[in-house]
Design a protein around this ligand. Structure first.
Ligand SMILES: C[S@@+](CC[C@H](N)C(=O)[O-])C[C@H]1O[C@@H](n2cnc3c(N)ncnc32)[C@H](O)[C@@H]1O
Length: 299
């Protein structure tokens, strides 16, 4: 950066000396401005590490996550909407646009459902994101399964259609999903992180709310005896804090999706602006050592 400033000074100063007075052109100012820009880039990096794990999330959720993770804005105050927008802009990223849902005019109930969907990060998983995992290791999905943020229960339903009748356990924090889950087995409407005693299960697979994935894994370990499969962005594994946790968390496999998912939303549309690639992170009991990385195939 300073080299650039020097080049700029030695190249530009003589050429400009006729038109710029020493008062208006001061190389020292150029240098300090460039240094400030470089410092600002460095400050943005930890924020972006968190932001990159929250694809599709509205900026207000990023602000909440950053503040609760202890990040501060440049001058030591809390992270604000502008802090996040500026951090993204500095690194050449566009602020993720929140999904737009259009409820029919006057449909108050629909609006309420939409607000809840945004609050609880309801991005439904397309089949091409979970079928390759079930094909990859069918032996992981035997016995009683569970999905604690099941949405409409599509992943457990696929396991049933492949012959494992369960009964499984499906749960979601939003009560509007309960009726759709009835055919899966045991159903709960609950906050997974605070509910009492989730039932003993042999495996878990879920696409959790993106901001709570780590907490979901920790909770899962209290009641799941086999594989815990979590769908997350590949950037999830790269923050320093999370890397430290992942090293000892029993992460056994990182399985890259063949295709970047386009989340389905309840307006009937798809979020095509997802700019993050995804992988299944599979935690196995008593796993020690480094995870294996592989690529799932799109059959
Ligand atoms: C990313 S969506 C995935 C939905 C579904 N698993 C799928 O794959 O289509 C996250 C889901 O987590 C639910 N959720 C959010 N916070 C939760 C919590 N604390 N406990 C249980 N479910 C939660 C939301 O209601 C939403 O259905």
């Amino acid at each position: 950066m300073l080299d650039l400033a020097n080049q700029f000074r030695s190249f530009s100063a003589p050429a400009m000396s006729n038109s710029f007075s020493p008062k208006t052109f001061r190389p020292g100012i150029v240098e300090s401005q460039m240094r400030r820009t470089a410092d600002a880039h460095d400050r943005s990096r930890p924020l972006l590490e968190v932001i990159s794990t929250m694809p599709g999330a509205p900026i207000r959720d990023m602000v909440r996550a950053l503040n609760s993770a202890g990040h501060r804005a440049a001058r030591g105050g809390p992270v604000t909407h502008n802090t996040v927008a500026r951090a993204l802009a500095r690194m050449g990223e566009e602020a993720p646009k929140p999904p737009r849902h259009r409820a029919p005019k006057g449909a108050k109930a629909a609006k309420t459902i939409r607000a809840r969907a945004e609050q609880y990060e309801v991005f439904r998983t397309p089949a091409y994101a979970y079928l390759p995992l079930l094909d990859y290791r069918p032996e992981w999905f035997v016995g009683r399964g569970c999905d604690p943020s099941a949405g409409d229960g599509r992943m457990l339903r696929e396991i049933i259609s492949r012959g494992n009748m369960g009964p499984h356990w499906a749960s979601d924090i939003r009560d509007e999903e309960a009726a759709k889950l009835a055919d899966i087995g045991q159903v709960a409407v609950a906050d997974y992180l605070t509910m009492d005693d989730p039932p003993r299960s042999d495996f878990l697979l879920t696409n959790p709310p993106f901001t709570l994935a780590q907490e979901f894994v920790e909770r899962a370990k209290t009641h799941v005896s086999g594989p815990i499969c979590i769908l997350q962005s590949i950037g999830w594994q790269t923050t320093q804090r999370r890397a430290k946790w992942l090293r000892t968390a029993g992460l056994a496999h990182v399985l890259n999706l063949p295709k970047r998912p386009q989340w389905e939303v309840d307006s009937g549309g798809k979020i095509k602006s997802n700019v993050w690639d995804y992988a299944w992170f599979v935690f196995l009991p008593n796993h020690d050592g480094r995870p294996q990385m592989d690529w799932l195939s799109d059959n």
